[in-house]
Design a protein around this ligand. Structure first.
Ligand SMILES: O=P(O)(O)OC[C@H]1O[C@H](OP(=O)(O)OP(=O)(O)O)[C@H](O)[C@@H]1O
Ligand SMILES: Nc1ncnc2[nH]cnc12
Length: 174
């Protein structure tokens, strides 16, 4: 196990039956509550994406926490991929299914300049529905997705199968 994988794994909390019965929820609370662990994640990604991206996109809501920190560390702008109905002005939207429900994501049409390179950030990759919708939205507003980065991958749910068009990196897997 790599050092960053061990740090992440040591700072995640399992919460059974949340938000609905049968779901084993992976809580990132302890990870972002620990300054050193949070910084280690951000620094790991900064080194991987430095000089390779023009913007960071984060997925509502937990992807905002990690993506915002990474954008600051890289010195690039941040693009929020928000739950629908929250962003003003013209948007593009996409509906999708996730492990415990369904939702719609939105991005502002003018969020990027054509061809800008974007790394998409989230906390958990489960079935992959959320991540695919987010990556497709970035492409719809003319961005180029360089990678999808996630803190934790739930490998048994095979979210990667929905993301074959983009490089996928997970800091830890369970
Ligand atoms: O791979 P999937 O099955 O699509 O699930 C992964 C998504 O589920 C969670 O988001 P949620 O919609 O619960 O939003 P939140 O961050 O606001 O809690 C998580 O933060 C991912 O975005
Ligand atoms: N099991 C899980 N834990 C945390 N976030 C999730 N998003 C989708 N499935 C999840």
């Amino acid at each position: 196990m790599s050092e960053i994988s061990a740090v992440v794994s040591a700072h995640l909390r399992d919460v059974p039956d949340f938000p609905s019965p049968g779901i084993l929820f992976k809580d990132i609370g302890p990870l972002i509550g620990d300054a050193q662990a949070f910084a280690a994640v951000t620094e790991h990604w900064r080194l991987r994406h430095q000089h390779r991206v023009d913007a960071v996109a984060g997925i509502d809501a937990r992807g905002f926490i990690f993506g915002g920190a990474l954008a600051l560390a890289l010195g690039v702008g941040f693009v929020p991929v928000r739950k629908a109905g929250k962003l003003p002005g013209p948007t593009v939207e996409k509906s999708y299914d996730l492990e415990y429900g369904s939702a719609t994501l939105a991005v502002q049409r003018d969020a990027l300049e054509p061809g800008q390179r974007v790394v998409v950030i989230d906390d958990v990759l489960a079935t992959g529905g959320t991540a695919r919708a987010a990556c497709e939205l970035i492409e719809e507003v003319d961005g180029k997705v360089t990678a999808f980065e996630v803190v934790l991958e739930l490998a048994a749910l095979d979210g990667r199968a929905k993301l074959s068009r983009w490089p996928v990196e997970a800091l830890a897997s369970s």
